[in-house]
Design a protein around this ligand. Structure first.
Ligand code: SER
Length: 318
């Protein structure tokens, strides 16, 4: 990995992944791919090349790959779960038509491709606790449908053409840099913003709803390490369960209260998000990722909470 195109570089994962890759590969071209209306700004714009990279325009993707001699594509263009439910055709267009464009360019030009999957690729029939690597995947949300199809199509390109596709099933991602947009797990980010601003938090997810979550530094590590893994050791490819913590709203709320006494939370159910959350696992088993490429997270709920609160205080309160 040296010359990398990050598609969706201004999004929740992309904004931090692009900067991390620029730090790791200072001699390479780490291209910040964006769509109109979501152009990179500030350090993201100034620290390296950027290019308009709409996944629905295969020709422009091919031109970027040629111009910057791209060897690896991070495909982070996606509508998250709650938004995808309100715009299912657009989600399909971006997530599936976009993916096949990327895979075709990668096949022709010999690029490796990372397209994240998610806890959203599972459904109500999936074993909820210690969800195995290989298990039932019958999601009911459009987001989940596109994620399962992404896993299958990515594996298809590997088996049929030898295209080096790899990925992980991300839990809900928590970060203090770029806000997620329209996901079911967003509450676990928003709760920290409310705590730091001194506001009461209206939680859209019910008490007792457990989901896997992960702090962004661990997610970035997973995204980089899987692409650098020794291919000879990979039994699986698309996609690996990766986990680090699982909690419900009460547990994260109590943890924040340890550091922000007097913080208040009330429940205000969002039926769309709750139905999606109810169909997702409580906690995945990530032993295959640990065995095949050495996955190990660094953060737990306590260390993430301390870091989130400290970073957000600096960002929001100066
Ligand atoms: N964080 C995503 C969502 O909630 C799940 O991958 O949609």
């Amino acid at each position: 990995m040296k010359n990398v195109l990050v598609i969706g570089s201004t999004g929740q994962i992309g904004s931090e992944l692009t900067m991390k890759l620029r730090g790791l590969y200072p001699d390479g071209n780490i291209v910040a791919g964006f769509i109109k209306g979501a152009e990179p700004k500030g350090i993201l714009l100034e620290s390296g090349p950027s290019a308009e990279a709409d996944v629905r325009n295969a020709q422009s993707l091919a031109q970027i790959v040629d111009k910057y001699k791209i060897d690896t594509i991070y495909n982070l263009a996606a509508l998250l779960s709650a938004v995808a439910e309100s715009k299912p055709l657009l989600a399909w267009d971006i997530q599936m038509n976009g993916l096949i464009n990327i895979l075709e360019v990668a096949r022709e030009k010999g690029c490796a491709v990372f397209t994240p999957s998610s806890i959203g690729s599972f459904g109500p029939e999936t074993p909820r606790v210690n969800t195995p690597q290989d298990t039932i995947q019958r999601p009911r949300s459009m987001y989940g449908v596109t994620k399962v199809a992404t896993e299958l199509l990515s594996d298809y390109y590997f088996h049929k053409y030898g295209t080096d596709t790899r990925s992980v099933r991300f839990p809900g991602l928590i970060s203090n840099v770029t806000l997620p947009g329209g996901g079911t797990t967003d509450y676990a980010v928003e709760i920290y913003y409310a705590a730091v601003k001194g506001e009461e938090f209206a939680c859209p997810i019910a008490k007792g709803t457990f989901m896997d979550m992960m702090y962004m530094p661990d997610a970035l590590k997973a995204a980089v390490d899987i692409m650098n893994a020794d291919p000879a050791k990979l039994v699986h490819r698309n996609s690996f369960n990766v986990a680090s913590m699982s909690f419900d709203p009460e547990i994260i709320y109590s943890k924040i209260c340890e550091y922000v006494p007097g913080f208040k939370m009330r429940y205000e159910a969002d039926p769309v998000r709750q139905a999606i959350a109810d169909s997702w696992p409580d906690k995945m088993d990530d032993s295959c990722a640990r065995e095949e490429w050495g996955w190990a997270p660094s953060y737990d709920l306590d260390s993430m909470t301390r870091d989130m609160l400290e970073s957000l205080r600096k960002k929001l309160l100066g």
